[in-house]
Design a protein around this ligand. Sequence first.
Ligand code: PXL
Length: 275
Amino acid sequence: MKRVLTIQDISCLGKCSITIALPVISALGSETVILPTALLSTHTMFKDFTCKDLSDQIEPITAHWKSEGVAFDAIYTGYLGSIGQIDQVKQIIADFKGPYTKVVVDPVMADNGKLYPAFDMDYVRKNTELCAVADIIVPNITEASLMTGMEYRERHDKAYVQELLSRLNKLGAGISVLTGVSLEEGKTGIMGFDRAAGDYYLYQNRRINGAYHGTGDLFSSTCVGELMRGRDWRDAMRIAADYTAHTIEDTMKNPKKPWYGVDFEATLPDLLRMA
Ligand code: PXL
């Protein structure tokens, strides 16, 4: 069985980060090891959330794993709490990345043209360094524009997306995938660039209006789970885009849907049937 290490926060209530990564990657058949970076009462879109930074736990936990000789098939990072933690994560990658370990970085820090409340441009620069050591990065357009110094465009054309990908590629990751790419009316999806093959991959799905919390985490967790099932990166991204769209649609049908996340619990069985 493949073993995935995911490094991100625990938002106790909120359907995001570890509370998505753990069930999704486990359901896809990989052992999921967690390294929580912070413990929050909820995600940061709630008011008055509590937050306990866990930076001081990272070194002792990983030192113990080293003494146990643990190895990982993937290291997948999401929301991190501070610049110091990005340095800690770089160290973990240096210590645990073996010849077959896939490093997937989702540089969670912004959306819809804006940084999340906790972050600033120093954090953006540091996240850019983390992307440089990844095999695959999956930023949204806002994160990519911040990391590459391009203006953010909600409406965009292929030339803009290709320029963003070309600049992302220069950051150093092997495969750069942009999420939230909408090149046709009524559609949305992803576009990626594989440096070794020199190939672009564009996948457009139906667009569902509205922004839903946790969908970026659902997308990247699904990618990681599918990569570990042996899928090619293009198939992993396509399935993740389809599954995310399906889950948003399903959630919208629920009159009692929570405002803070999507009902992926109801659609997980469908994911296992997607090919
Ligand atoms: O879904 C990304 C995410 C993860 N973790 C925390 C967040 C967010 C987005 O706002 O606040 C704590």
